[in-house]
Design a protein around this ligand. Structure first.
Ligand code: NAD
Length: 503
């Protein structure tokens, strides 16, 4: 049974891209499933002067792709209210409180309030200060804050931001979104590890050779050039999504599967990730920026030619690196990570590469010529599932081994019907479950890990390495892994190269 949740949402940045593309459709899905029924209301605030009617039209348009009936759309959007609001203006909070109290009574919301900050982080401090000073959070129910990434732009700025927020909300009330943690297969990492003893008993440096995490995007910066050019792939992807995935892969087995125990184990894992010196950072991390190319018949422009990107930009659109985890379990097992824009294809996947058999008894001439390694692959998107590559005997005379793949993928139908990441996370926040959100200790440790890399790169002069759009990154990313006598398992670009569709 889907238990009805009772709350007032206040969405700061209610006219923005995130609210329209992600939040409103997610709220509608929760509504359709009965998690939200009659006892909920939404106040959208932003600078624009919209009326409730206009706002409701926007809501209706934003859920269009979910094909609601006319009555459904009407009933759902009737819970939405708009208030023009400049977050810097104290008087506006006064009217916000009045509206909130009025809706609380009208919809019997029991004083439960969720504040969603879908705005630039430089406004967060002002907003939370006012929520307190104007007594908007003085209710008999709960008050929770949902915050979007990026949480700061370095350890120092994140700490400042955290202090501002913590002056008003305690850690249990803060839900820092990392939408990757809402993805089905990310949550499945724990299922694969802890639900299958065959894997967990091999999940250490005795049997695992290396682990590879790839989050690849096949688009450029689109219309977010202004934001991206100041951020870059290291801060945009590694600090949050990739390090969260690494923490889930590397953590110890929690005693029980609960928010608190998982968080504790993830924090311990992140604390074991070696913080490099600047010199080590340059050795173990490489960056790149995409340049124009013709890929699969399509002309792609260079990063520097994108709108709102500086023509001499040195911002990285690709990062690859080797992380080292200094603990009993992982000593000697490199975690290779890579992410980038304008790569061959959009996909996220994890490859766990097991050690080869110590000797190859099938090759008496040279028993040291190792067999292909077993690989467990976790597919996160666009397909979801896992595969295990094993060596089997090729059918026929003689004794030749061939890799065979046991492959399980969720069907398109399951994927279609599975809750979207934002939907799951909003529901978790309504229920007060912070398992899939990032705790301050995780955020701060992640910044400590990436800050050194950033500082090392910022001291370098001259152009940064480039890669042709449509490829899987600069040559340096391949050299990095080859230097360790390893190789990237996943090479989607090869298919296109073999067909002359990619240079
Ligand atoms: P956006 O620019 O589309 O929207 C920003 C919103 O803030 C608008 O509603 C605008 O009216 C409002 N706003 C700006 N200044 C204001 C002020 N002084 N007073 C009141 N309202 C003001 O941005 P977005 O893409 O929706 O992103 C919002 C936040 O979410 C950002 O921090 C972004 O980094 C983060 N984020 C966005 C996405 C995405 O897919 N769009 C993904 C992850 C994180």
């Amino acid at each position: 049974m889907n238990e009805e949740q009772i709350a007032l949402f206040t969405i700061f940045g209610g006219t923005g891209d995130l609210a329209r593309r992600k939040l409103y459709p997610s709220l509608f899905r929760l509504y359709r499933k009965g998690f939200l029924k009659n006892k909920f209301a939404v106040i959208g605030t932003a600078r624009r002067e919209w009326t409730d009617d206009y706002y409701r039209e926007v809501i209706t348009t934003s859920i269009d792709a979910l094909s609601p009936t006319e009555e459904e759309a009407l009933a759902f959007s009737s819970h939405f209210y708009y208030q023009a609001h400049n977050v810097m203006d104290s008087a506006h909070y006064h009217s916000l409180k009045e509206l909130a109290d009025e809706l609380d009574e009208k919809y019997q919301l029991e004083g439960n309030r969720l504040f969603y900050l879908a705005m630039a982080p430089n406004f967060f401090g002002t907003i939370v200060d006012h929520l307190k000073s104007e007594q908007i959070i003085d209710t008999r129910g709960y008050s929770r804050l949902i915050i979007e990434k990026p949480f700061g732009s370095s350890f120092e700025s994140a700490q400042q931001l955290n202090e501002q927020i913590r002056a008003v909300f305690n850690e249990e009330q803060i839900f820092r979104i990392d939408h990757y943690l809402g993805k089905e297969m990310i949550q499945n990492i724990s299922a694969v590890r802890f639900g299958n003893y065959i894997f967990e008993s091999l999940w250490n440096n005795h049997y695992i050779d290396n682990i590879q995490v790839t989050l690849a995007e096949d688009l450029g910066v689109e219309d977010r050039g202004g934001y991206y050019d100041k951020s870059g792939a290291l801060k945009d992807m590694i600090q949050n999504h990739i390090l969260q995935v690494v923490a889930l892969l590397a953590m110890e087995v929690p005693n029980t599967f609960s928010e608190k125990t998982i968080r504790e184990e993830k924090i311990k894992a992140l604390k074991a990730v070696r913080i490099y010196s600047e010199e080590e950072a340059l050795e173990n991390f490489v960056r790149g920026q995409y340049v124009s190319n013709t890929f699969n018949g399509k002309d792609i422009i260079s990063y520097r030619e994108e709108t709102n990107v500086a023509p001499d930009s040195r911002t990285e659109t690709f990062v690859a690196g080797k992380l080292v985890i200094d603990n009993f379990r992982w000593k000697g097992v490199p975690f290779y990570i890579r992410t980038g824009k304008q790569l061959t294809t959009k996909a996220a996947r994890i490859n766990v590469v097991f050690k080869p058999s110590p000797v190859n008894i099938f090759n008496p001439e040279d028993v040291c010529k190792t067999l292909p390694q077993n690989i467990l692959t976790i597919y996160i998107q666009p397909t979801e599932g896992f595969s295990l590559t094993l060596n089997g005997k090729e059918v026929g005379p003689g004794f030749h081994l061939d890799p065979v793949k046991l492959d399980y993928r969720n069907t398109a139908e399951i994927i279609e019907n599975s809750p979207e990441a934002y939907e799951k996370l909003v529901l978790d926040a309504l229920k007060g479950d912070a398992t899939n959100f990032t705790h301050w200790d995780e955020v701060s440790q992640s910044w400590r890990i990436v800050d050194v890399i950033r500082q090392a790169w910022d001291k370098e002069e001259g152009d940064i390495p480039t890669y042709k759009a449509g490829t899987m990154g600069p040559a340096e990313a391949f050299d990095l892994i080859k230097r360790e006598n390893d190789d990237w398992v996943w090479k989607p670009d090869e298919w296109y190269r073999e067909r002359d569709l990619l240079k």
